[in-house]
Design a binder for this molecule. Structure first.
Ligand SMILES: Nc1nc2c(ncn2[C@@H]2O[C@H](COP(=O)(O)OP(=O)(O)OP(=O)(O)O)[C@@H](O)[C@H]2O)c(=O)[nH]1
Ligand SMILES: [Mg+2]
Length: 446
């Protein structure tokens, strides 16, 4: 029965593809895990001791709106292919995806908890895994035990503890950031592991960096070195074993033991083939390296020649461009000088005109001012004269008034005299009137 995952899937940005690789020894359950989680029936799961998944193969499906790609990989120590072949396959896929900027969100490294001992193949797979992955990507690695339903839980826990704590097993990886996990064989348990990796920042593997960025040859990569070291070790071991078999056979040839002779001859034959296989694989790894070096040298020589030619052409073109630029710049300088002169001349003319206009204006203003002053002076003079005229006429008038006053006075006096005379006359008349008539007639001549 498949259980549901206990955690919810983390939020993933829209359109992002989550790529997770499954690694581990043959029979660890990589294909089984992919089939369980993706639900894809085309994923081939092994049913015997022989390796089942021969080549690297991605399987994509949609989970909670996110595209998940689980990558099935063949284990090292494959029964059908050499380690070099498997490595080449892994290198081809990881390089291609890296060039497409599709990075791995994580790696689930599987290991059967049913394995009583960490066998040579398991250790080799672990070594290969470490050299492929590199330290930086370890934070996105889940070191996962499988097939828990096939062991007694206490036994399983004891083995897990051993894996966790032994420095030749998982301890160094766990110390450097990898996470210990369990897969219980059902979809829910697998999805828990997927959830853990969905939230991680995708990382570049050492093998991707070495092949794509540093353009290293396979043999020079960490993984290539690991295989080479293993091949050298085996080559030495097999050669020694063959040597001793040969010595034994030599000794047997001198004896009459036909059965032993036959057995040792067969053994020698087997050991020779075994050694030849190793030597062939090493040769494959090295030969490729040598031809690559030759090819690369040739390419570099060609590239060098091309770049020298290109450089020469570039230099000539640059010279030409500089010459043209110099001519252009001289022409521009000349034009600029002309423009400058013209501008300065126009500026001078304008200045002159302005000065002249200013001077004319100043002269006109001064003239006007003088005229105004003169006018003022004339006006003042006229006013002064007028005032004098007025004062003079006032004085004349006053004089005349004085004279008239005097005249009036003397007139008044005369009048007073006349009035006095008149009064006297009237008085005399009155007196006369009061006298007899004849006298009046005498007086007035009547
Ligand atoms: N019960 C159980 N059986 C499992 C589990 N994982 C794998 N198996 C069985 O183990 C056998 C090998 O599994 P695969 O998934 O083919 O192993 P693999 O890692 O893909 O192996 P290669 O393709 O050879 O590298 C199969 O018979 C699976 O049914 C698990 O978690 N539980
Ligand atoms: Mg498989």
């Amino acid at each position: 029965m498949d259980s549901a995952p206990q955690t919810a899937p983390p939020a993933v940005e829209a359109g992002k593809e989550i790529i997770i690789a499954l690694m581990g020894v043959t029979g660890a359950g990589k294909s089984y895990f992919i089939r369980k989680i993706s639900g894809l029936s085309e994923v081939e799961v092994g049913d015997g001791l022989e390796s089942c998944t021969a080549t690297i193969k991605p399987y994509s499906f949609t989970y909670e709106g996110t595209k998940i790609t689980l990558v099935d990989t063949p284990g090292f120590n494959d029964t059908h292919r050499s380690d070099t072949d498997v490595l080449k396959d892994i290198v081809a896929w990881t390089s291609q995806t890296y060039k497409e900027k599709r990075l791995l969100s994580g790696i689930i490294y599987l290991h059967r908890i049913t394995d009583v001992r960490m066998e040579g193949s398991a250790l080799k797979n672990l070594r290969m895994f470490k050299s492929l992955c590199g330290e930086d990507a370890l934070h996105n690695v889940l070191l996962t035990t499988t097939q828990w339903s096939r062991v007694d839980p206490r036994e399983g826990e004891a083995r897990e503890l051993e894996l966790k704590t032994k420095k030749e097993f998982w301890k160094p990886l766990l110390d450097r950031g990898a996470t210990l996990a369990r897969f219980y064989g059902d979809r829910g348990s697998g999805l828990e592991l997927i959830h853990k990796l969905m939230a991680r920042e995708p990382k570049v593997l050492d093998i991707q960096e070495q092949i794509v960025d540093k353009k290293m040859d396979l043999i020079d990569t960490s993984a290539g070195q690991t295989i080479n070291e293993e091949l050298i070790r085996l080559q030495k071991k097999y050669a020694e074993e063959l040597k001793s078999t040969k010595q034994e056979l030599q000794a047997a040839l001198e004896s009459k033991d036909e059965e032993l002779k036959e057995m040792l001859a067969e053994q020698q034959d087997r050991e020779e083939r075994r050694l030849a296989k190793i030597e062939a694989e090493r040769k494959e790894l090295l030969a490729k390296h040598e031809t690559e070096i030759k090819k690369r040298d040739e390419e570099m020589r060609k590239r060098d020649e091309e770049s020298r030619k290109e450089l020469k052409e570039l230099y000539a073109a640059q010279q030409k461009r500089e010459e043209a630029l110099r001519a252009e710049s001289a022409k521009k300088d000349e034009e600029r000088k002309k423009l400058d002169d013209e501008y300065r001349r126009q500026l001078w003319d304008a200045q002159q005109k302005r000065d002249e206009a200013y001077r004319a204006e100043a002269a006109r203003k001064e003239e006007h001012y003088k005229w105004q002053m003169e006018e003022q002076r004339r006006q003042n003079e006229a006013d002064r004269r007028e005032r004098m005229e007025i004062a003079k006429s006032i004085s004349n008038e006053q004089h005349r008034a004085g004279l008239l006053e005097q005249q009036l006075q003397s007139e008044r006096e005369r009048r007073a005299q006349l009035e006095m005379q008149a009064l006297e006359t009237r008085n005399r008349l009155t007196m006369l009137e009061r006298r007899p008539r004849g006298f009046r007639d005498v007086l007035f001549g009547r």
